[in-house]
Write a protein that binds this ligand. Sequence first.
Ligand code: FAD
Ligand code: NAI
Length: 464
Amino acid sequence: MSYDLVVIGGGPGGYVCAIRAAQLGMKVACVEKRGALGGTCLNVGCIPSKALLQSSHLYEQTQHELAEHGITVGSVSVDIATMIKRKDKVVSDNTAGIEFLFKKNKIDYIKGAGKITAAGTVDVTGETNTTLTTKNIVIATGSDVTPLPGVTIDEKQIVSSTGALSMTSVPKKMVVIGAGVIGLELGSVYRRLGAEVTVVEFLDVILPPMDGEVRKQMQRLLEKQGLAFRLGTKVTGAVASEAGVSLTLEPAAGGEASTLDADVVLVAIGRRPYTEGLGLDSIGLAANARGFIEVDHDYQTAVQGVFAIGDVIGGMMLAHKAEEEGVAVAELIAGQSGHVNYGAIPSVVYTHPEVAMVGKTEEQLKDAGVAYKVGKFPFTANGRARANGCTDGFVKVLADAKTDRVLGCHIIGPEAGDLMQEVVVAMEFGASAEDVARSSHAHPQLGEAIKEAMLAVDKRPLHV
Ligand code: FAD
Ligand code: NAI
């Protein structure tokens, strides 16, 4: 078969790229070896984790939050098998949705592992083996779990995020290695379901890329909810037996070793690019020292007609970043001027409350010597947050001291991820804090906290 474009990998980067390219009139195939479209995100990432976050949040609310509303329920229990079954259905409905979109856009979904054998040639090994010839190739093979030496993942007692999304029971004691996004989201799921959760983190802080003030407050909130943290600590080994897992810990700076026991250990220390079996060497390409495929401004690798996008090229390992790159590269291949604004890509942690950020942190602005103003507004002063009973957190806006242009925003709070979208659009259009502050915000809405934080940049908030 001969194509204009063959995309290798059917994750958010690859499948979105395939759809956009088909919209632009190209004859497109997408090769995926997982047996389902949607990549890490839909199958073992964003979507299943959010399904379990939602189920476990409902369980916790039912147990602890309904009574103050005057609602009484009988005894509350959780059936993990049903919860996991629901999660699996959410996943399969979503992945089937992408197959439908492929049919609608006349994209050939080729099931199997793609291997580049020459520029313009992809061999597929799968149900049927086939060779595809194409004018262009987009590599969108994503990422995989970073292993931790001495802590062997068996997906039963020592699990990666994939195993943690399909557990058959709630462990009594769980240790999470890594206080990053996966550790805090999935650690929260099992804490809500009744596990005693300890998070061991190498650094002295949780959520390393976030604004310092956000990191501190979020740690306090999570501790209040019952998560325990061992910061500045490294795990040097694990022994699994029928009795559970015994971990050996050491202070990150060096010192005396100690042990920590758990029924289940979740390894969540990051993800690494995935290029196994892709055949990069057959076209003279090599991944860089960290395993990423290097590309230029137009996502072109060192080989003409071979492009790469998504987790496999590094940067923020986020589904929506991969999607934006998928659209941009399809447009560039079609001769248009696709572009991604990396300065306005939001990042959200789906704990309760949520944490969201876009743009620069206060630490980054200080390091870069940029003069900035800060506007802050707490959710305790927002009427809707009080009515909803979710007053933890704040909105913090960073704006240029001279021009008032919004440079960054950080939110801990109810629906922080959805709320952040207005700031993303504002930043995309180069808005000033005053522009957002002068926009009418419906009352009573959580979003009024954003307006107030923008007003606070100019020291004139109305409700604090
Ligand atoms: P992937 O989604 O990894 O897709 C790559 C695909 O390529 C895979 O399906 C793989 O099977 C296939 N493939 C690889 N090699 C070949 C080959 N040779 N031939 C054929 N197919 C191949 N991001 C967010 O933005 N929001 C979230 O809430 C979020 N939650 C997450 C939760 C978890 C637990 C995890 C693990 C990740 C989460 N992420 C989240 C990150 C997100 O999943 C990734 O950033 C995103 O999936 C990257 O998309 P991608 O298309 O680059 O790669
Ligand atoms: P991460 O990079 O977010 O966090 C990893 C944490 O582990 C860091 O705090 C790091 O300091 C720590 N760490 C590293 N080595 C360690 C060690 N040896 N011992 C103890 N701690 C160690 O990675 P995570 O949580 O695994 O997530 C992977 C990727 O998936 C992230 O890049 C993230 O972007 C994406 N993701 C996004 C989500 C979202 O957008 N809501 C949800 C889940 C994942």
